[in-house]
Design a binder for this molecule. Sequence first.
Ligand SMILES: Nc1ncnc2c1ncn2[C@@H]1O[C@H](COP(=O)(O)OP(=O)(O)O)[C@@H](O)[C@H]1O
Ligand SMILES: [Mg+2]
Length: 235
Amino acid sequence: MIRLSSGIPDVDKKIQGGFPEGEAILITGEPGTGKTIFAIHFLYNACKEGHKCAMIATEETPEKIIDHGRSIGLDMEPFVESKQLTMLRLLEKRVSNVEDKYGNVSMNVSDLNNFKYIIPEDVEVIVLDNLGAFAIGMELKLFKDKLETLVYTFSEEKKTSLIIMDATAHELTHRIAEYSTYGTIRLMTKENPYTGKMERFMSIPKMRETEISLELINYTITGEGIKLLQPKTNR
Ligand SMILES: Nc1ncnc2c1ncn2[C@@H]1O[C@H](COP(=O)(O)OP(=O)(O)O)[C@@H](O)[C@H]1O
Ligand SMILES: [Mg+2]
């Protein structure tokens, strides 16, 4: 099985080397847990490895995402300039073909299954930030059908995808998205029982074809991005 690095070497060690190629991985968490940062690690690394990539963003502009990457030392602008990375900004309102300074197209896509029309055909790696924007207000069965069609289409075309979903939309849809994707990574903040402090934790409850451990993995976010920490136990 071919795997694609998550972009975070220590995370790769927890999933037998990376995400299964051509499959969709879901990443969920509350605001500020590092979902976008995780996606930037993944994208930057995939670009560096020569894959053609696309990022579809519903919340932040491409400029903000580029700045966010730079703040952790991962500058994606050269990849945008060389057209290896396409940044697509989806807007709530109908605005068609508005080009920004990166030459990125902003367009309204109210339907998840219209992505195939906006993602360049030769793209191998896709990040969607945030699926929640398409889930709220949609009937559950319809949402599941649309997500499954999307995941199926990506997989048929051997596109590896990282699909971000905010915790609110995820709860509102009864975490149903986790059944449709190949793997799930949950990001959270919780009190560490050993330190009594609120800390960041990651769990990987599902990764098909992959041996995983269900432990909570302690991590931090610094100027160098996501770093996994060794468990602080008295073992
Ligand atoms: N350059 C940085 N240096 C230190 N911490 C950072 C940096 N960039 C982001 N963070 C931390 O990551 C958090 C946000 O991560 P983000 O990926 O935007 O979260 P999410 O997408 O889950 O809402 C910030 O609240 C901050 O604590
Ligand atoms: Mg985000």
